[in-house]
Design a protein around this ligand. Sequence first.
Ligand code: DOR
Ligand code: ZN
Length: 422
Amino acid sequence: MLLLKGGTVYGKNTGPADVLIDGGKIIDVAHAISETEEMTVLDVSGLAVAPGLVDLHVHFREPGFEYKEDIMTGAAAAAAGGVTTCLCMPNTSPVIDSAETVNLVTGKALNAPIRVLTAGAVTVGQKGAELTDFNALKSAGAVALSDDGLPVQSAALMRKAMQHAKASGLTIISHCEDEEMVKNYGVNEGAVSEKLALQGRPAIAEEIMVARDVMLANETGAHVHIAHVSTAGAVDIIRKARQAGANVTAETCPQYFSLTEDEVLRQGALARVNPPLRTGNDVEAIIAGLQDGTLDAIATDHAPHSMEEKTKPLPDAMSGLVGLETSLALALTHLYHTGKFSLEKIIALMSANPAKIIGIDAGVLDTGACADIVIFDHNEEWTVDPEKFKSKGRNTPFGGQKLCGRIRYTISRGEIVYKQDK
Ligand code: DOR
Ligand code: ZN
C-alpha cells in the first residue's frame, strides 16, 4: 500500500487530503489517513496531487521510425511529463491501418510504464483513397481513428468515413489542413513567411477543413475531434458549430498558446510545425477558446525527430516538436501563473476532458478509480534542458526557457513510474 501524505488533492473535491493506493487502485481519499505498518508513505506536503494527464496526440514512431522515438522512450517521456495515458497517431511505417499493426503497438504497450493507446488510420496507408476496416481496428484495440499528418482531402471520402465511424462508435480525430493550400515549410503565411521569402501555410487552409469537418459531423451525427487547433478563425467555427449542437470536440497544444510565428525567426526549423505557429491574435483566441470551453483539451502533438532532421535549413527540415516533458509546465506558466485559469481548470483540460473525448476510464482521482496520479509543485521554477529529456527527441523550441511548475512524481496504475531527478 502506498500512502500519499499531506498534499492538496485536485479530485472530486479539492483540498488537503491523503490518498491511499493498493492493487493499482485508489482505495481512500481522506483527511489524515492513519499510517499502518504495511504502508509505504510518500510525503507530498506542499504539492498538488492530481489525476494523471491524458494526452490525445502523440507520435511514438513505432513501427518504422524508432530512431526518432519508440514506444518505451515515448512512454518514459510521458511519465516524466505527468502523462499516464497517451494516444498514438498512426503515421508510422507501415501505417497503423490494420488489426496486425494495432496489435503490434498494443503488444509493445503492455510493457510500457504508462497506458499507451493507439488510433487506427482512417484510410489504407493514409493514402486518402480507401477506408480501413473500422470494426477490425476497433476489435484489435484502436480507440479512435485519424489520418493525422496526411489528412483526408476528399470531402466525399471523409463523409463516408464519418458514416462508418458513427456506426462503429469511434471518434475521428481530424488534422485540418487543405493540402493544396499548404505547400510545405511549416510556417504561417504572413509577415514571417514574407520576410523569409517562403510560401507559408495560411490560416484559411486550416479553417476551411475545420468548417468542412464540423459540417460533416453535423450531417452524419459522427463525433469529430479537431486536432491541434491553431487559428482564431478555427476557434470561431468550432464555437458556433457547438452552439448549433454539432458533435464536435477540439484540442489545442501548448505551442499554440505560448508561441507566435516570430519564433521561426529566432529558432528556424526548431519552430517548424504543422499547423504552424500563428500570430498574437490567434494566441489570444486560443486562450479564449480554452477559457469558454470551445477547446476541451490540451494535447501535445509530441512529434520527435532526429537532430539531423531538424537542423537542416528551414525548407528541408521536418515539422514537429516534442512536447510531453514540458506541457504541464507550459500550461501552468502561461495559463495559471498569468491568472487566467485555475489549477482545477488546467487539470480538467489535461485529464478528465480528454479522457471523456475518447470515452476511456481515466482522468479521475477518487476512491475506486485507477491510481494514475501526477504530483507536482506548481510554483517550482526550472529551466528546460533538452539533453535531460527521456524522449529521444531533442526538438523543442522551449530549450533554455524558465518555466514555473515542476513534476515530482508520476504514478501509473499504483506504481511510481517517474521521480524527479534532483
Ligand atoms: O508538425 C507535425 N508533425 N504535424 C503533424 O501533423 C505530424 C507531425 C509528425 O508526425 O511529425
Ligand atoms: Zn497533426
